[in-house]
Design a protein. Structure first.
Length: 203
């Protein structure tokens, strides 16, 4: 795995395994411009929602064994986005640190609460009403994606699906709520040389 950071709160990273090859560039202070191709159409749709509603610029290219099963592509995409978030945040000086958001989509309502704590943790409470979204996207992969992001970005995340009857709506509400919560958490609202922690370090 190779990565490159800059002073503009952005990070590029690449990783190739026996299952996938992924390149990601993520800019925190962006305009929500997203270019994504993973071979998993529903994942592309969700990453697009993450970038647009988080106002992150994301350029992501993934190839691999998605034709066999989307699992590896979804998990590895989450890993790389997590690493890119960690790299773009750097020492996390001056950030708001905490963010939360509710997002509805028709009958579905999701809540996401985030702490850019440096300590990875995911509490996922989302009973999907349908096991499969579209032709072949397992609804359980939504949890796999966000676990990969949280573990690799160093985020404490609580994801709650409050109600839903349609798993597509449920997943999209979760991604949109996570995007807005992340946008709020990574904003630079404090002194640029101060880490928002009584310990003086986020880890």
């Amino acid at each position: 795995m190779s990565g490159q950071a800059s002073n503009a709160r952005e990070h590029s990273i690449s990783r190739t395994t026996g299952e996938t090859s992924i390149d990601v560039r993520l800019k925190l202070d962006g305009q929500g411009q997203v270019e994504v191709t993973t071979g998993v159409p529903f994942l592309d749709h969700m990453v697009d929602a993450l970038g647009r509603h988080g106002r992150f610029d994301i350029d992501l290219r993934a190839t691999g064994d998605a034709a066999m099963d989307p699992h590896h592509t979804v998990e590895d995409t989450g890993i790389l986005i997590g690493h890119a978030l960690r790299g773009a945040l750097g020492e996390r000086k001056g950030i708001e640190r905490y963010g939360h958001a509710y997002a509805p989509l028709d009958e579905a309502l999701a809540r996401v609460v985030i702490d850019c704590s440096g300590r990875p943790f995911l509490k996922y409470n989302a009973d999907m009403p349908e096991a499969v979204i579209g032709p072949d996207f397992a609804a359980s992969l939504v949890e796999e994606f966000w676990r990969s992001v949280a573990m690799n970005a160093g985020l404490t995340m609580h994801i709650d699906l409050l109600r839903a009857r349609n798993s597509h709506h449920a997943a999209e509400a979760i991604f949109k709520a996570a995007a807005v919560a992340l946008r709020n958490a990574v904003r630079q609202t404090g002194p640029r040389n101060t880490i928002p922690s009584t310990k003086g370090v986020l880890a």
